[in-house]
Design a protein around this ligand. Structure first.
Ligand code: GRF
Length: 205
C-alpha cells in the first residue's frame, strides 16, 4: 500500500521522533510543527511497538510511520541500521525520544552528537534510572513523601537518564494525589515543555 506524506520543505530543519506508546507528547510536536511554532518539520516517527498509537497519530498527520524492532526487522543491528539510514536520508537535526522505552544505539547518539533529547516525568537525578518509567515514577515520588516533582528534558548520552539537563519544570505534589492524578499533572507540564526545548535546539545554527 502506498502512503502519502506531507510536502517536504527543504528549508526547514528536520526532526525525527521515537515513541513506544500513546504519543501524546508527539501529538503536541505535530500540532506545534503545523502552526510553525516548532520551527522544524517532523520527517518520521519510529516505534519499537507496531501497535503504538503514536504511529497512528503520525499517519493521521501524513508523517512517515515506521515500526522498527528486532522482531519486525530481524535483528537489533537492522534496527540500528534503519535509524542511521533515516537520520542520514533526512539530515535529521534533532531526534526526540518521546516516550521511547528502548535504549537507543550508541551509534545513533554519536551520529547526532548532542542533538538527541529525552523527556523524563520527574526531576532528574531524582526518580530516574533503570525501572523508573511510567507509573513507577509517580508511585516512587508519592512513597517518598516529596512535595515536588516535575519534568526533565535532557540530552541523551551513553549513560541512561544521566545526560546534561536542558530544562526542568516543577510540579507540586498535592495531598491525596494518586499516581494517576499526579501523572496527569506532570504529563500536562511535559506537553508545555518538550516542544519548547526542541524548538530551542532547532533554532541553533
Ligand atoms: C511521558 O511521561 C514521558 O515523560 C515518558 O513517557 C511518557 C510518554 O507519554 N518518557 P506519551 O506517549 O507522550 O503520551
Amino acid at each position: 500500500m502506498s502512503q502519502k506524506f506531507t510536502t517536504k520543505n527543504p528549508s526547514k530543519p528536520t526532526v525525527g521522533v521515537l515513541c513506544s506508546g500513546g504519543g501524546s507528547n508527539l501529538q503536541v510536536l505535530i500540532d506545534r510543527a503545523r502552526t510553525g511554532e516548532l520551527g522544524g518539520e517532523i520527517r518520521w516517527v519510529v516505534s519499537n511497538n507496531g501497535d503504538a498509537f503514536a504511529l497512528e497519530r503520525a499517519r493521521n498527520a501524513g508523517i512517515e510511520a515506521i515500526h522498527a524492532s528486532a522482531k519486525s526487522l530481524g535483528s537489533l543491528e537492522a534496527v540500528e541500521a534503519k535509524m542511521l539510514e533515516l537520520i542520514d536520508r533526512d539530515q535529521i537535526k534533532v531526534l526526540v525520544l518521546a516516550g521511547y522505552m528502548k535504549a537507543i544505539p550508541v551509534s545513533v547518539i554519536h551520529r547526532l552528537n548532542g542533538r538527541v533529547l529525552n523527556i523524563h516525568p520527574a526531576l532528574l537525578p531524582a526518580f530516574g534510572g533503570v525501572g523508573m518509567y511510567g507509573h513507577f515514577v509517580h508511585e516512587a515520588v508519592l512513597a517518598s513523601g516529596a512535595m515536588w516533582t516535575g519534568v526533565t528534558i535532557h540530552l541523551v548520552t551513553e549513560k541512561y537518564d544521566e545526560g546534561p539537563i536542558v530544562a526542568q519544570r516543577v510540579v507540586a505534589v498535592y495531598p491525596g494525589d494518586t499516581p494517576e492524578s499526579l501523572g496527569a499533572r506532570v504529563l500536562a507540564m511535559e506537553h508545555d515543555t518538550l516542544w519548547r526545548e526542541v524548538r530551542t535546539i532547532l533554532e541553533r545554527p
